[in-house]
Design a protein around this ligand. Structure first.
Ligand code: NDP
Length: 310
């Protein structure tokens, strides 16, 4: 079985930055890229708040640049996804979706987070036929059509604004009477004539013969003035937050109640010697590319120190 000194799981800003730092330290890391090379940022369009790019940068270009930078310092990339782990003792053991297995001395978990769904049976029924959790990936299919975005945070506002540039009309379905998004994002949405915000609304189902043709919504569910009605839409986009991809590791590393890996203080140490967590999988608070990148750097520095003790 192949043995790797430093294995990095995940190809978002945390994983690539850890690879850049570890590569420059001569550790020749091996990075498993998972199902979504480039991570969550590749599902967005323009990144305007990553320092160093005063005019903003295309998200895919930013991630490609990080990957090239890691490659320059000797990182090896493997396009597989981990499906099982055993961190009970070193060397740590990992299994992948191509049936390969490896052991490693040191592991950086940078597996990120995945989009959440409402849990409606109709989301499954129409997945790929009008239901999506990525406006940037699928918005193109809804040019001049009507779509709905669910959520009231920054992601929902960003997705709604992006879709408004393509679609004829966008409903933003918000369960509370207010948006949670930052002021600038709220203003963009509220000032966009193509976006209609449906405050205090929940979606209870979708319908359509050939893919999504509409949504069943409820206004002020459970209140005396509750009102149920249907809206005609062609696409239904989820933007209600994310779930950390930590399931494989929870028998060994501590997590909070929602699954985010808990690390020691401000460090990326998980409590398992030589196992570090970086990026969104361990960050329920900030979830920003630049924060993930910084935590990847910390994890690589810790990994280098740990490996020096072996
Ligand atoms: P958030 O957790 O901030 O917001 C999730 C939204 O979805 C909330 O409005 C929440 O409602 C709603 N929601 C959750 N579950 C349900 C449900 N079952 N039914 C209906 N609505 C639901 O997630 P985001 O993905 O928007 O943002 C995550 C982080 O990333 C934030 O820190 C954000 O600031 C950041 N971000 C920054 C961006 C930028 O700076 N350009 C872009 C995108 C994200 P409720 O308010 O009622 O809980």
């Amino acid at each position: 079985m192949k043995h790797i000194k430093l294995l990095i799981l995940g190809s978002g800003p945390a994983g690539y930055t850890a690879a850049i730092y570890a590569g420059r330290s001569g550790l020749t890391p091996v990075l498993y890229e998972g199902l979504q090379p480039g991570g969550q940022l590749t599902t967005t369009t323009e990144v305007e708040n990553f320092p160093g790019f005063p005019e903003g940068i295309d998200a895919n270009e930013l991630m490609d640049n990080m990957r090239s930078q890691a490659e320059r310092f000797g990182c090896q990339f493997v396009p597989n996804m981990a499906v099982k782990a055993d961190l009970s003792k070193a060397p740590y053991h990992l299994w992948f979706d191509d049936n390969s297995e490896v052991t490693c001395d040191c592991l950086i978990i940078a597996t990120g987070a995945s989009a959440k769904y409402l849990g409606l049976a109709d989301e499954e029924k129409y997945r790929g036929q009008g239901v999506s959790a990525c406006a940037t990936c699928d918005g193109f299919f809804y040019r001049k059509k009507t779509v709905a975005v669910v959520g009231g945070g920054d992601t929902a506002c960003e997705e709604a604004s992006y879709l408004a540039g393509l679609a004829a009309k966008v409903y933003l379905i918000v369960r509370k009477p207010y948006l949670r998004a930052t002021q600038i994002m709220q203003e963009r949405v509220l000032n966009n004539p193509k976006i209609e915000v449906l405050f205090e609304h929940n979606t209870v189902g979708l319908f359509g013969e050939n893919g999504v043709e509409g949504a069943h919504v409820v206004y002020r569910k459970g209140e005396t003035d509750e009102r149920r009605y249907d809206i005609a839409i062609d696409g239904f986009f989820l933007a209600i937050g994310h779930r950390p991809n930590s399931d494989l590791f929870t028998p060994w590393v501590k997590t909070d109640e929602t699954g985010y890996i808990l690390t020691e203080g401000d460090s990326p140490r998980t409590g398992v010697p030589g196992v570090f967590a970086a990026g969104d999988v361990a960050d329920p608070h900030y979830r920003q590319g630049v924060v993930a990148a910084a935590s990847g750097a910390k994890a690589a520095i810790e990994a280098e120190r740990y490996l020096a003790t072996l």
